[in-house]
Ligand binder design. Structure first.
Ligand code: NCD
Ligand code: ZN
Length: 347
């Protein structure tokens, strides 16, 4: 049995760090284990321009513990007013690694997002020319489409037609949750990939709804049936470069999660690497963990691989993760997998 595993330092290719007091509390949680992260732009107001991304990057760097070499990789929030020239300049300067598409109304702070893909085609054409990836929140928002079908319908009615119309566009399907997402992500060669979160490898929709409603398991896209969780596990552990880690760690204070209209998001920054070691061990795939967390994402984004390492160690006693972390805005509950975890990051 493997007792210790040394990996190239991992990257989190989908992360919400928020701003202000929340940023100060959560940035160190990611910087402890990860070398880099793709930072989501859904602040209030959203990070729309290169100037806003540069200012946000400076606030993130200021929130890191002294001596940290964590690198935030910035994204722009795509709106119907986004100027192709601003995107091209932000990419050319090296500031921005991707642009994020939120269908308007799909998730937290997405009201400035896109109502119809036709309205952003000039930006997408520029991105295809320069090879800048589009990160897609892949859910339709049509009221008639059932929430459990929204990812599959997005692939058929938005993503596949877009990729046929603009074959040069590089796309990351963010936080896939279905076997349809797993299958589609494998069809696009080097220009198509998908991130998979930690929590979607662990929970299915029963965890949210059976025996009482569990607001800390509610996120978007919402966890689906068990067969989809199993498809995600097969994908993450497959060694296929189309899949890599994007935790979608999305902190919200408890007061807004435990609410009549609770916010979507699971906070997994603190315990992601131990949880992934647990999952990959269960799947008999610990040797594939490094590819998922540290190689495939960097290669897709055409970034150098990280140089340092982290070591995961098997522990005799279950690891005592904190139930909550304290922030200047209130407590945030850490994702609880519901089983004992016997892995820790040793250094
Ligand atoms: C994210 C958030 O809170 O910003 N929430 C979530 O449930 N994943 C937004 C997102 O990625 O959809
Ligand atoms: Zn997200």
């Amino acid at each position: 049995m493997i007792q210790s595993l040394t990996l190239r330092r991992p990257d989190d290719m989908h992360l919400h760090l928020r701003d202000g007091a929340m940023l100060s509390a959560v940035a160190p949680e990611t910087a402890r284990d990860f070398a880099r992260a793709i930072i989501m732009p859904n602040l209030v107001p959203p990070v729309v321009t290169a100037a806003q991304a540069a200012a946000y990057r400076n606030r993130i760097l200021a929130a890191l513990p002294g001596g940290s070499d964590f690198q935030p990789l910035m994204t722009l929030y795509l709106t119907e007013e986004t100027a192709p020239a601003d995107v091209a300049a932000a990419a050319a300067s090296g500031l921005v690694q991707a642009v994020k598409l939120y269908p308007a109304g799909a998730t937290t702070n997405s009201h400035s997002g896109v109502t119809h893909i036709d309205r952003v085609m000039p930006v997408l054409e520029t991105m295809a020319e320069i090879g800048l990836p589009l990160c897609c929140h892949g859910e339709v928002t049509t009221a008639e489409v059932d929430i459990f079908d929204r990812e599959a319908v997005f692939i058929d009615t938005v993503l596949d037609p877009l990729r046929r119309r603009l074959p040069g566009l590089r796309v990351v399907m963010e936080h896939i949750t279905t076997e349809e997402g797993v299958a589609y992500a494998a069809t696009g060669g080097a220009d198509l990939a998908a991130t998979i979160t930690t929590h979607h490898l662990i929970i299915n929709r029963n965890h949210i709804l059976v025996g009482g409603i569990r607001p800390h398991y509610y996120c978007l896209p919402v966890a689906k049936r068990e067969k989809h969780r199993l498809a995600l596990r097969r994908a993450a552990t497959s060694g296929n470069p189309a899949y890599f880690l994007g935790t979608d760690s999305a902190p919200h204070v408890d007061a807004l999660k435990e609410h009549a209209c609770g916010c979507a998001g699971c906070f997994t920054a603190t315990n992601t690497m131990p949880l992934l070691a647990h999952v990959f061990e269960q799947e008999g795939a610990l040797p594939q963990l490094e590819a998922f967390t540290s190689l495939h994402g960097a290669r897709f984004y055409r970034l150098p691989l990280n140089s340092g390492t982290i070591t995961l160690e098997k522990t005799a006693a279950p690891v005592d993760f904190p139930e909550k972390i304290q922030t200047g805005q209130g407590p945030v509950t850490l994702f609880n997998p519901g089983f004992p975890v016997h892995w820790r990051v040793a250094g």
